[in-house]
Design a protein around this ligand. Structure first.
Ligand code: SAM
Ligand code: SF4
Length: 326
């Protein structure tokens, strides 16, 4: 069992497969020329598997693959199939563009639940946010997953003046579509030009939604980072991830592994432990993993204020979101 100094059990590992992506979402990827990590510096197939195995031996029960875009990695299918042999719940966060090519791999690997990011239902706005993406491809793939009875959660980063006027449209979508919309408060990362006045808080979101819909809260599971709600008569549901206005650090069970093999004990931590180099040098990973979790801060990586209005994003020492793996 991986326990930190606050008695939090860490049994959920999020592995980034690559910092490469076929989208350029402005809130995730810096404007400046971004150089993707060369393949040789990434964990190779066997390395992802062997490092994941070490975490599983310490009690990890759930693995989420993320990125960058995990499905742009050429050997993604091999990695998914290998990880599916471990005794874990395997899942993924994806931008949805390549889902149609992987449906069989998902089914054969026991993946039944996926998070797909889609920040807007407006095709033009989608272009503006992703700077490259094809809206219909993502939407069609969400529908394809639903038709094939996957449990689909749609991640929506809510940003003032960008897509905050679309909350009701997303809720309306859940009337007949059995998806869970997850409205995420906009978070600060290196290079994403975050400022507190772009954040729409959970309370503000719920107030807007209540202008048109009646909804009731759904019981939260222990480690949920979202607060869930149901609108009566809708096939789908919605949830809010309120990292900025009401964080969930007290129940945190998450560990992150970047595509270049660095362990992060928190999304907002500046400290990293180079597990890949240790693995390549034959050094035992277990003590390194345990020490890193013991050093985990109580909340928000120990460097982000719990009052988001006090955050000066330029003073946060962290990676870009695309190179952490959200
Ligand atoms: N490419 C995949 C995707 O877009 O789903 C996986 C990686 S992406 C970094 C993971 C999640 O992080 C996405 O849902 C994305 O919207 C979210 N994300 C990225 N930057 C964010 C930010 N600044 N604030 C909140 N969520 C963010
Ligand atoms: Fe790519 Fe996902 Fe980041 Fe968008 S949010 S740039 S799809 S990694």
């Amino acid at each position: 069992m991986i326990l930190d100094n606050y008695d939090r059990v860490h049994d959920y590992l999020r592995i980034s497969l690559t910092d490469n992506c076929n989208f350029r979402c402005f809130y995730c990827m810096p404007d400046e020329d971004y150089t993707f990590t060369p393949h040789s510096k990434l964990m190779q197939v066997d390395e992802v598997f062997e490092i994941a195995k070490q975490f599983v031996s310490l009690g990890v029960k759930k693995i989420r693959l993320t990125g960058g875009e995990p499905l742009v990695r050429k050997d993604a299918a091999t990695i998914i199939r290998l990880l599916s042999t471990l005794p874990v719940e395997l899942t993924m966060t994806t931008n949805g563009t390549r889902v149609h090519d992987f449906l069989r791999v998902f089914v054969e690997s026991g993946i039944r639940s996926l998070n797909v990011s889609l920040d807007t239902l407006d095709e033009e706005k989608f272009q503006l946010i992703t700077r490259t993406g094809n809206f219909h491809q993502v939407m069609n793939n969400i529908k394809l997953l639903v038709r094939n009875e996957f449990n689909v959660k749609v991640n929506v980063v809510v940003m003032k003046g960008i897509n905050d006027h679309e909350l009701l449209d997303f809720i309306e979508w859940t009337r007949n579509e059995p998806v869970q919309i997850r409205f995420i408060e906009f978070m600060p990362f290196s290079g994403n030009r975050w400022s507190s006045n772009q954040v729409i808080t959970m309370d503000q979101m719920l107030a807007s939604i209540s202008e048109k819909y009646e909804f009731i809260p759904v019981q939260r599971d222990q480690h949920d980072t979202s607060k869930k709600f149901m609108v009566q008569g809708h096939s789908g549901s919605f949830a809010v991830i309120s990292t900025m206005s009401a964080n969930f650090c007290g129940d945190c069970n998450r560990i992150r592994l970047t595509a270049d093999g660095k362990m992060k004990n928190c999304l907002f931590s500046k400290e990293e432990v180079d597990l890949l180099s240790a693995y390549r040098n034959g050094v035992s990973l277990l003590p390194l993993i345990e020490q890193s979790i013991k050093a985990k801060a109580k909340q928000l990586g120990g460097q982000v204020s719990a009052d988001f209005n006090q955050i000066n994003s330029s003073q946060i020492e962290n990676r870009t979101m695309i190179s952490i793996g959200g």
